[in-house]
Design a protein around this ligand. Structure first.
Ligand code: SAH
Ligand code: SF4
Length: 380
């Protein structure tokens, strides 16, 4: 029988599993804390866990992280990890340190089926959903690897954004237990406001998330009208803007923040005119409390698209801000290691591309130098 991976469980799931083994819930809590708070991957490390439980777990269960393929460190401190998820697929996570926080950008799928025009993950196509364990393993690995590296027992990662590869709301069943583990006081203890799900607009799942696990919501809008959005974000043909905005309004009733963040990728000559900005204002003003985050497009060769000039991005931002809409322009981080939004594309599937990238990357640390075996995927 295949061993159960305990990273696949949120605390309720682990309690149910422990119950099957004839163990009480508080044992599951202890186990959960060992795994997520201490980064343990070996039952023998769990000194205060009853020996009888430890021996039941040996053989039946594992704590199995992801296999690390590579680590790239940017000159601005951003770190990109590439993980092997089998079958020729690789996914990426990005650590982004800032003055007052440290954010981990987490992947939810190998590839993505939505196929947005401006996204390299979308261009890659869809391979498969990640499991709960594969989603949470990214945080588990990053948190405990960095604690060791920074020689601290304090929490390192303060924020998680589901903005890596994939559409998280198209992998809903695996996503929710992973989110719950991030929020759980016995897990990572992150506040709901500091965990953000970013979606291209899977309307029915926005509604479910509102009930099951309301965290901060970011919506990738990218266009002020349906014809343009149909072209840029194909899921718009199924869930057009009006339906999406209604779902956003309803979401706010349960959301931990009192606004929705709209992401808007600035594409030269496509969606970045003054008229587009005014159309956006007409769309959202008085209808939905929101903030805009303008993302300078990160080009990749196959897209055929270009980044809006900075002056255009600033003029666009000014029009929104003058209408009273809080607007920020996202800083591009990890540019030199292709870790910026929309540049994440499991390099294993595209080796030619990977090689072109490698030449531009300033620091490439081989796996062997990263204090752990590539196969076990274990931080502790
Ligand atoms: N699938 C989800 C989350 C992952 S994408 C979503 O679409 O929201 C995370 C963010 O990066 C989204 O806002 C997405 O639109 C943006 N993005 C994708 N490709 C990009 C690119 N090439 N340049 C800038 N932003 C991009
Ligand atoms: Fe998928 Fe998001 Fe990329 Fe669109 S932007 S293809 S939804 S990952």
């Amino acid at each position: 029988m295949q061993a159960v991976n305990l990273l696949d469980f949120d605390l309720d799931g682990l309690a149910a599993y422990c119950e099957q083994l004839g163990e009480k819930r508080f044992r599951a809590t202890q186990l959960f804390r060992w795994i997520h708070q201490k980064g343990a991957s070996d039952f023998d490390q769990m000194s205060d866990l009853a020996k009888s439980l430890r021996s039941k777990l040996q053989g039946a269960a594992v704590i199995q992280g992801l296999s690390l393929i590579s680590e790239h460190v940017s000159s601005d401190g951003t770190i990109k990890w590439l993980f092997d998820v089998g079958g020729g697929n690789a996914v990426e996570s990005v650590y982004i340190p800032e003055d007052d926080r440290a954010t981990l950008c987490v992947s939810s799928q190998a590839g993505c089926a939505v196929g947005c025009r401006f996204c390299s993950t979308g261009h890659q196509g869809f391979s498969r959903n990640l499991s709960t364990g594969e989603i949470i393993a990214q945080l588990w690995f990053a948190e405990h690897t960095l604690r060791k590296r920074f020689q601290t027992s304090e929490r390192v990662i303060s924020n998680v954004v589901m903005m890596g590869m994939g559409e998280p709301l198209q992998n809903y069943n695996a996503l929710v237990p992973a989110l719950r583990t991030m929020l759980d006081d016995h897990g990572y203890g992150l506040s709901r406001r500091r965990v953000t799900v970013s979606t291209s607009g899977v309307v029915p799942m926005i509604e479910r998330l509102q009930h099951d696990c309301p965290v901060a919501l970011a919506v990738s809008l990218h266009a002020p009208n349906d014809p343009l959005r149909d072209m840029l974000v194909p899921i718009n043909r199924k869930y057009p803007i009006a339906e999406l905005l209604e779902a956003c309004s309803r979401y706010l009733q349960a959301a931990p923040r009192d606004f929705i963040t709209f992401e808007y990728c600035m594409l030269d000559g496509v969606n970045d005119s003054d008229a587009h900005a005014r159309e956006l204002i007409a769309l959202v003003k008085g209808r939905i409390p929101c903030k805009f985050n303008l993302i300078p497009f990160n080009p990749f060769p196959e897209s055929g698209l270009h980044r809006s000039p900075l002056a255009r991005v600033q003029a666009f931002a000014r029009i929104l801000a003058d209408a009273g809409i809080v607007t920020t322009v996202r800083k591009t981080r990890g540019d030199d290691i292709d870790a910026a939004c929309g540049q994440l594309a499991g390099e294993v599937q595209d080796r030619t591309n990977a090689q072109t990238r490698m030449r531009r990357e300033p620091v490439v640390v081989p796996v062997s130098a990263i204090q752990r075996s590539a196969r076990g995927g274990r931080p502790a």
